[in-house]
Design a binder for this molecule. Sequence first.
Ligand SMILES: [Zn+2]
Ligand SMILES: [Zn+2]
Length: 332
Amino acid sequence: MRAVVVDRPGSVRVGDVPDPTPGRREVVIKVGACGICGTDLHIADGHFPPTPYPIVPGHEFAGEIVELGPDVRGGWAIGDRVAVDPSLFCGYCDPCRSGRGNLCANWGATGDTVDGAFAEYVAVPSATCHRLPGELTYAQGALVEPVSCAVHGIRRIGVEAGERFLVMGAGTMGLIMQQLLQRAGALVTVADRNAGRLPRASALGAAAVVTDPGELDGETFDASVDCTGAAPAIEAAFDRLRRGGRLLVFGVAPEQERVSLSPYRFYNDEITVVGSMAVLHSYGAALDLVASGAIDTDALVTHSLPLERFTEALDLMRGGTGLKIQVVPGGE
Ligand SMILES: [Zn+2]
Ligand SMILES: [Zn+2]
C-alpha cells in the first residue's frame, strides 16, 4: 500500500510499504480521512520523544473496516464505518490502574508510537473503534480526536453557565474549545495575534475577539484556556484572570519552555492552574457532540489533500495556512 513514512527526523516521504495484517482483536481500517496536527510536525522533526522511527504517522482518523483479526469482539463487521480513538494505554501501570490512562507510564498512540493512518490502511485494536453514524462523513469522523482532547480539557477546568472565558488562539483547537465552552453556557472572548483568524471566531459566536488581550481594557475572566503553547500567551491568559480564576494549559509548549507567573496571585487570588493531556474516556462523548452538530465542522476543515501530496500538506500546516488540513487517501 501507499503510506507516508518518516524514516528518521527530517526525512518524510510517500512510498510503498507492506499492507498491515490484523493481530489478535485488531481490525484493518481503509482510511477515509486523517487530520494533520502539530504533533505530526513534531514527529516529522524528531521533537516528539515517544516516537520510534521509521513510523507511519496519522492519529486523527476515520474509515471503513475491511479486515478482521482473530478474536475480534464488539460485533464489528467488514464494511462498518468507524472513527478511531488513537489511545493505546498499557493497562497495568499505576496511572492506568487508577483510571488515568492518558498519563500511562508506557503511553502509546496509533500514529505516534505505532504505524498510523497517513496510509491507505491501518491496523488498530477493535476496542478503540467507535461506530460512525451514517450521517457523518469521514472528514467529520477525523475531527472527533481533536474534539475529544478538548472535551477532556473542559472536564479538567470545568465550566458553569454564564462564566466568562478567554481562549488564547483561534486555530483548530481554539475554535473547537470556543464552541464547546459556548455550548456549556460560557461567554467566550477569543484572542489570536493573526487577525485573519478572528472573523471565524466571531462568526462562531465569540463574545469578543482581539489580537492582543492588552486591548481588553481591564476586562477579566473567570477562566482562560491557552490553545497556543506560547509563553507570552500563557502569561497573558494568567494575567487576565479575576480573583478565584482558573487557567487551563491546553496548548503544547516546547519541553524546555518556562513562563513568568505571579506566585503572589496564586496565593492572594486563589488562582488554579490545570493541565490537560490528550484523550481520557472522552472519545465517545466527542463523537456524540460532533454527531449532534455541536461543532461546525465545515468551518474547521479548510484543506483536503490526497496522500501523494502529504509533504505539501505539511508545508501548509507549517506555514499556518488555513485551519484543519486533512489527508484523504481514498480521494474522498
Ligand atoms: Zn492531533
Ligand atoms: Zn499504563
